[in-house]
Unconditional design. Structure first.
Length: 167
């Protein structure tokens, strides 16, 4: 079974490889293939910065010592937004449909409650029906539409802004 755990500094290379594979596999992530220029050292520094913050986390899914997915929750930098957590999730296509996304959201929400965080939010391309269905099952609601927000494959794409309040 795929194990979920917090990211560690020594995961930097494997995490970067996972992100690059996700860039290749799906059009639903932000970066296009080849656009990610982060070095292992830069990734390691970013992980270190996340680990220092009470309101930030990256959880990874590991199968047979290979990272196969992640969810990140990044709380704001200031008192006014530190209780709001922006979420990004990515799971390799060969691991979708196995309940990893649901487990990620359950673990992230448990962490958020333990850290007295209030709002979970994300954006999702409006044609990502599987993603939207997962987020709605996890209690997220559409709060608005960002029209023509991204330029993907030669055309503009709308995104939903979705959120879940914890208390």
């Amino acid at each position: 079974m795929t194990e979920l755990r917090p990211i560690r500094e020594e995961d930097a290379g494997a995490f970067l490889a996972l992100c690059r594979q996700l860039d290749e596999e799906t059009h639903f992530m932000m970066l296009e293939p080849g656009e990610r220029t982060t070095t292992v050292e830069q990734q390691q520094d970013r992980i270190r910065q996340v680990l220092k913050r009470e309101n930030q986390i990256i959880l990874v899914a590991e199968d047979a010592e290979k990272l196969v997915g992640y969810i990140s929750g990044m709380g704001g930098d200031y008192r006014r937004n530190e209780k709001t957590v922006h979420i990004v999730i990515g799971i390799l296509q060969s691991y979708t449909g196995q309940g990893i996304g649901k487990r990620f959201f359950q673990a992230l929400e448990e962490w958020a409650v333990q850290h007295d965080l209030h709002r979970l939010e994300l954006t999702v391309m409006t044609h990502n029906q599987r993603g939207i269905a997962l987020y709605q099952r996890m209690g997220f609601e559409v709060e608005g539409v960002k029209r023509d927000d991204l330029f993907v494959d030669g055309g503009y794409i709308d995104q939903y802004m979705m959120a879940k309040l914890l208390s």
